[in-house]
Design a protein around this ligand. Sequence first.
Ligand code: NAD
Length: 297
Amino acid sequence: MANIAFIGLGNMGGPMAINLVKADHQVNVFDLSQAAIDEVVAVGGKQSATTAEAVQGADFVISMLPAGKHVESVYLGENGLINHLSKDTLVIDSSTIDSETAQKVAKELASKSIHFVDAPVSGGVGGAKAGSLTFIVGGETADFDNAKPVLEVMGKNIFHAGAHGAGQVAKVCNNMLLAVLMAGTSEALQLGVDNGLDPKVLSEIMLQSSGRNWTLEVYNPCPGVMENVPSSNDYQGGFMVDLMAKDLGLAMDTCVKSQSATPMGSLARSLYAMHATQGNGKKDFSSIFQTFSNKGE
Ligand code: NAD
């Protein structure tokens, strides 16, 4: 049994922490929301009054926070954890953030001999609940090996992408591709519908043809084609447009830095940013389908 501090118990962090409790680890939790804390305490997590209290005696600290500024503030800010962590603690940040902030936090912590890995996830809220997330880790090999048994409680696939920040780079590459696939699948489905096709039949055809992709397999964006996906539940739940827009912004920052050409990613970023500003930020990201389907509405 490990002693684990878990900071950030939102849509993702809550179920991840619950899986650690269920695996008989001691989990000390902290969040700004009491309701979020209560859900983990209900299954056996232990509430801490502050982040500093949560990390006392911890073997691992796991954070699952919205963005880079939250991660930097929790670890390096005024009264940040850098002043409270022990050298025996491994810090695992699973938030999706920019690779520069991940590298900065890693470097500052290393200056006090505290080990850090960035370990963003793929798999969404369903994967967090089922303990089937994919973890994409950046950091030293020894730290990756140390983190792996804990990550395996919350995930099925654990990858070592490279040095500090590499986990975040791999994560934004994946999500940029996902956004392109979702937008492309949506417009292809709508093209078929506009020309008299049944979207269920068209989805079946494309699934068995060269257009096959993850969105058609498990996350069809057209309402009524698939059960138990956000498109058949008024685009509620799932992965928010605001978060996809954030990830595409991170992808654009990354491609500017490396001077990479990403015209499809840029277009997807513009589509999602526009969709968010039109009041769709809290909907699931498959609602981009409505951009193509709401003609004349
Ligand atoms: P969320 O907004 O539901 O949860 C974030 C939690 O962090 C909230 O409970 C908030 O109160 C807490 N928080 C914020 N600042 C804090 C602080 N200073 N100290 C303690 N707690 C603090 O977000 P989420 O959907 O759980 O996403 C978390 C991260 O995971 C994000 O970086 C997101 O991009 C990434 N992610 C999300 C999904 C998804 O499907 N939701 C999938 C993959 C990755």
